[in-house]
Design a protein around this ligand. Sequence first.
Ligand code: ADE
Ligand code: ZN
Length: 333
Amino acid sequence: MQEYLRALPKTELHLHIEGSLEPELMFELAQRNGIELDYASVDEVKAAYHFDDLQGFLNLYYQGMNVLRTRQDFFDLALDYFKRARSEGVVHIDMHFDPQAHLIRGVALEEVMAGLLEAKREAESSLDLSVGMIMAFLRDRPVEEALEVFEQAAPYHSRLDAIGLDSAERDNPPIEFKALFERARNAGIKGVAHAGEEGPADYIRQALDELDVVRIDHGVRCLEDEALTERLRQEQVVLTVCPLSNVCLKVVDRLESHPLPALLDKGLKITISSDDPAYFGGGLLANHIACHEAFGWEESTFQALNRNALEEAFIDEARRSELLERLTKTANR
Ligand code: ADE
Ligand code: ZN
């Protein structure tokens, strides 16, 4: 089964590129940039990765990315992950990145964008890996700042597939970002939002009604609201569920008690992703294997999940058709 899952052409819709920073690269970049880390070794970093909740993780996530300073750093970060993902059979990634988290540290937007766009170009030309770009905004910072950054990013608007909404969810409802998503929509840019990870089911409804998003990141708490769940089924809104992330951040006690099988039973359009693979115990393949072990899912379920992801990916139609065909071929082997 592991070999089947590795060979299956997989698509990841929910990945924070800053969350793919492995401790080894963190040390390398710290040395390159003359930055003193709070840790003496890679093992010490790994030992610190135990979280009580989303905020506990975010504290380390924002601290870790402090080593990213130049376009070369962002290029190395992204290409390092793209190569790893490709070796696990990933063929497409919609990549979130957090410009505000870099701007507030004094890193220019041009450095972030130049490095990430160059890595995307390299992945698409040499790795057989396509990459979508999701510029995410931090919901625990003021909407005015998000609007300014979106404006500042105007030279890159044509390179964005969507804007996203992430960071600490509790008490930071989607509706506060209505003006930002409206601005993006007027610029022809779609929206996606994290909702229903730690926040209530109502945040999912708000993201749909107030932000007009085309996908919900996480969304696992939808099951607390029957009418909402039925709406998600009827409209086939895609949920980007992150199994290992939900265990690490204690959204669920253990994978065996994750609502994923229930979400599938309800007929929802589900995909699986790794979220922050360097922090949560592995990439997309590890998430697939963990789901096989916890739920006993067989080939056809993984095929269906990856078909869902491909159908919803930010990708050109020629590449989508080609990848759908490759998925079918692998599935029928
Ligand atoms: N930023 C990076 N990972 C995140 C997550 N799982 N939820 C919210 N914000 C994030
Ligand atoms: Zn996320």
